[in-house]
Design a protein. Sequence first.
Length: 131
Amino acid sequence: MASELDLSRDRLDAPFARRVEELSGENPYACYQCGKCSAGCPFADHMDALPNQVLRLVQLGDESALTLSAPWVCASCLACGVRCPKGVDIAKTMEALRLLALRKGISHFPLTPDRPCPQIALVGAFRKLTP
Ligand code: SF4
Ligand code: SF4
């Protein structure tokens, strides 16, 4: 039997989504999933979820977003934000997810030989991790 997706108001006002909004200053529910961000992301090929998919998980209050490598691959280049017709700054959302992951002890920086990532992504990630 196919699993059902709970799109009730309670679900969509999930504490996780509100926490991400609080940390990022960006309203995840402003996103209407047009996909322009993902189409313009230069690192999308290296992500395990596209930027709009990351936003969707946040909208649904799905904390599995914290286990994705995508926020760590994001180099905060801002290409997504300038393309977004709703003005969502996804780089800030990615930063909030990194913060929450670190607070929960989930380290997902993909520094493994079988999982290379672009050099600029490394630079961006280290910059974010520098106090
Ligand atoms: S471009 Fe903006 S509205 Fe479109 S999917 Fe990305 S975040 Fe959502
Ligand atoms: S800021 Fe991150 S998610 Fe947005 S286009 Fe750049 S690498 Fe992709």
